[in-house]
Write a protein that binds this ligand. Structure first.
Ligand code: PRX
Length: 639
């Protein structure tokens, strides 16, 4: 297999600055970041209006930005569009109708491909099925599926008829699914019998059944047959997807609902500082414009690309950059069901070669996990089709960055380290292909975004000084609210810098002398495990739901592969003795309630927990002890 080789004017490292090659610069959509950035700040609405005009609208907007009710900003008000109009419908009128929309590979090796024409038919059929189940505009359908093509099809079918979707990550368990179904008041659940992961079958339908028992709102459950394992189906409640898709009602013709710009497209739950997950609301208009624009400029999207975003659609990365943005941009999308190292650690590299992938977008955790197996695995494959790489979810450590750049990218592919959040809808801080890179820095703000790193009092942190990351002006992809809890939306993001009207991201960061932004990590009680977001409170409430536990605290401790691992501190009920078997059973319990990603790495049995006089657990003290560093100011500690 030929090895990826460096070209003559490839990225050169000078003082840790990696310059893009002439080829990359020549191909890039944007050639002058500074100029366009300046223009986009001086006339933000003008910039976004220009980008919005590149999409189709049933009716043009009256106002680009409506800021009459801050922080509940609205974008493109008066406009009518449906994200499906741009993601599917408009491609039917061009040659892209025959272009591949999806290349999908299942973990056992089965392959499915779908053109934009076929995608339109499948989505229309399932949209008609949903309609026949009485799904109406504004209703929220919960989707709980493995990474199979029916997942994006179900999302798009909801959007097409103006219903909203709430996708719950297929790795989540009973408790997480049940609370999300309940919060969304979902009547319809779409799931699968199971999926493939590391050669094993997941029990999705079994978990779904248990969740339905806990959440009385579900009337209809539609199940895709993926693995063929035996599952329990209840009369009048459970239907097989393939049965419904075979009925005359599932016609391949369905009008796309002419939704308003601000109509809800989806809610996506994410972890915050209290136990209850937050359902963030995203809407059709602004989200379409923001995701499509960021995707196109940051990854320099061309018609000949084969785009692989290796995230699960159950997370925001999958929503924005596996499903919606690439479809709007008419890309061919790679999607893979299973584990990166199954059956061997060359699985991903093999698929890149086999399908001729040109852009790979993944997480530092995935990179570190594959790096561990050694360079001989990617070196067995020809990865020369790759021209750009991406990273998301947590800071990427320079060692992983360099391996990704050298071994996977052959030294010629710039790495787009994109900082953003479920709340932001799309990339906020990111390089462009033309940006000189510093490993570990997400570099500069995307167009239209004013980003600051500030101290408690709101003044700018000095160059190199750590501070809180804030966003100083609205952007079209921003979440509109937390479903059912607008006060929490204000409290969480807008209260601290209400005077200035800034959005608080919940991360700490530094800006260096060159204006490069370095994101350090969360400053609230959110833990990032393998790039997945969990709340300490969620883990703690799962722990105390165990019969033997009286009180629990969870913290994040740095971990070589996962970025962070969960360490739990537990006070047992009187009379219960802590031992190894109980620690295992507690780990198992959390894993069953929340999902395997929430499984604590370490359980410590305690007599008491460090608390403030007002009774708040001082997680910072636990963390300092776990890491063997100074515990800092203990004056508020009760005893
Ligand atoms: O801490 C930041 C981290 O992920 C958080 C957002 O998590 P979530 O809503 O799950 O969205 C993840 C995918 C967009 C942020 O507050 N984060 C995300 N991207 C980066 C990052 N930290 C450093 N560098 C990044 N590129």
């Amino acid at each position: 297999m030929p090895e990826s080789k460096k070209t003559k004017d490839t990225a050169t490292e000078s003082a840790e600055l990696y310059h893009p090659s002439k080829e990359v610069i020549k191909a890039a959509h944007v050639k002058d970041y500074d100029k366009l950035y300046k223009e986009s700040i001086e006339d933000r609405e003008g910039f976004w209006a220009k980008e919005a005009k590149k999409l189709e609208w049933y009716r043009k907007w009256d106002k680009v930005l409506d800021d009459s009710n801050k922080p509940f900003y609205k974008w493109f008000t008066g406009g009518k569009t449906n994200i499906v109009q741009n993601a599917i419908d408009r491609h039917q009128k061009t040659w892209r109708r025959n272009k591949l929309a999806f290349i999908w590979e299942g973990e056992p090796g089965d392959v499915r491909t779908m053109s934009y024409h076929a995608l339109n038919r499948e989505v229309s059929k399932f949209a008609n099925v949903l309609k026949s189940m009485g799904v109406r505009k504004g209703e929220i359908v919960t989707i709980y599926m493995p990474q199979i093509p029916e997942l994006p099809i179900a999302m798009l079918a909801c959007a097409k008829i103006g219903a909203a979707h709430s996708v719950v990550y297929g790795g989540f368990s009973v408790e997480a699914l049940a609370t999300r179904i309940e919060d969304a008041n979902s009547r319809v659940l779409v799931t699968a019998d199971g999926g493939w992961r590391r050669g094993k079958i997941t029990d999705l339908k079994g978990i779904a059944n248990q969740a339905i028992e806990r959440s009385p709102t579900i009337e209809v459950c539609i199940t895709v047959k993926r693995t063929g394992q035996e599952v329990y189906m209840e009369n009048d409640r459970d239907f097989w997807y393939h049965d419904l898709m075979g009925l005359p009602i599932a016609s391949a013709y369905c009008d796309t609902e002419k939704t308003d710009s601000e109509d809800m497209l989806f809610i996506l739950y994410t972890s915050g500082t209290t136990g209850r997950p937050k359902g963030l609301v995203h809407t059709h208009g602004g989200y379409s414009v923001y995701t499509a624009t960021t995707h196109k400029y940051v990854f320099d999207i061309k018609d000949e690309d084969r785009w692989w975003c290796a995230a699960d659609p159950g997370w925001v990365t999958g929503h924005s950059y596996l499903v919606y943005a690439p479809l709007i941009n008419g890309s061919t999308i790679m999607m893979y069901e299973g584990a990166p190292n199954h059956p061997y650690p060359n699985r991903w590299w093999n698929m890149i070669e086999k399908y001729g992938i040109t852009i790979l977008y993944t997480s530092p955790t995935a990179i570190r996990g594959l790096m561990r197996f050694g360079s001989q695995w990617p070196k067995r494959h020809n990865l020369e089709t790759l021209r750009l790489l991406g990273s998301v979810g947590e800071p990427i450590n320079p060692e992983a960055w360099k391996w990704y750049h050298e071994v996977i990218g052959g030294g010629r592919c710039p790495i787009m380290d994109t900082w953003w959040q479920t709340e932001t809808g799309g990339f906020m801080i990111t390089p462009l292909p033309i940006t000189p890179l510093k490993p570990g820095s997400a570099t500069k703000p995307f167009f239209g975004n004013e980003v600051g790193v500030v101290k408690e009092d709101g003044t700018d942190a000095k160059a190199g000084e750590e501070g809180k990351l804030v966003i100083k002006a609205p952007w079209p992809g921003m979440a509109r609210t937390i479903m059912g809890d607008p006060d929490r939306f204000i409290d969480t993001y807008w209260k601290e810098y209400a005077k200035q009207g800034w959005y608080k991201a919940g991360d700490s960061a530094r800006i260096d002398e060159d204006g490069y932004i370095w994101v350090i990590g969360r400053i609230d009680d959110v833990i990032k495990v393998s790039g997945y977001r969990l709340g300490t409170a969620e883990v703690e409430s799962a722990m105390v739901s165990h019969a033997d536990v009286a009180e629990a605290a969870a913290i994040a401790v740095p971990h070589e592969l996962k970025g962070n691992a969960i360490h739990a501190y537990v006070i047992l009920r009187t009379g219960v003795a802590g031992n190894k078997a109980l620690a295992e059973s507690l780990k198992e319990h959390v894993s069953k309630e929340l999902g395997p990603i929430a499984r604590p790495e370490v359980i410590n049995f305690m007599e008491s927990l460090p608390k403030t006089r007002s009774g708040k657990i001082m997680r910072r003290v636990l963390k300092a002890r776990a890491m063997g560093v100074d515990e800092g100011d203990l004056s508020t500690l009760e005893e």
